[in-house]
Design a protein. Structure first.
Length: 102
């Protein structure tokens, strides 16, 4: 498993005026960031960075996140179980097909 250089961007639904709007914020996407960071640490994936972003413009599929440098987009991330499934695949060098936005 090589996760070196991975960066996970989690949509926080912020618009230009700074106010949270859209699906990702309303469905609790930003609240999952803490769990994501804790789970990465628990799994020893300390080389993976996490950042929140402004709107990723996939509101119909939110909450959403994208993992770089692979440019793998995930949506419908509404629970800790969803985060676990994505991280399980990340550790194996695979893509979680259940949450993949293509």
């Amino acid at each position: 498993m090589n996760t070196e250089g991975k960066h996970i961007f989690v949509c926080a639904s912020f618009r230009a005026n700074g106010s949270p709007q859209g699906t990702c914020d309303k469905k609790g996407g930003p609240a999952l960031v803490q769990y994501l960071q804790e789970e990465l640490s628990d799994r020893g994936l300390d080389d993976v960075l996490v950042s929140t972003t402004s709107c990723l413009k996939v509101c119909d599929r939110g909450p959403a996140m994208v993992i770089y440098p692979d440019a793998t987009w995930y949506g419908g991330i509404e629970s800790e179980d969803d985060i676990d499934a994505i991280l399980d695949c990340l550790e194996k060098g695979e893509v979680d097909q259940d949450h993949l936005i293509s």
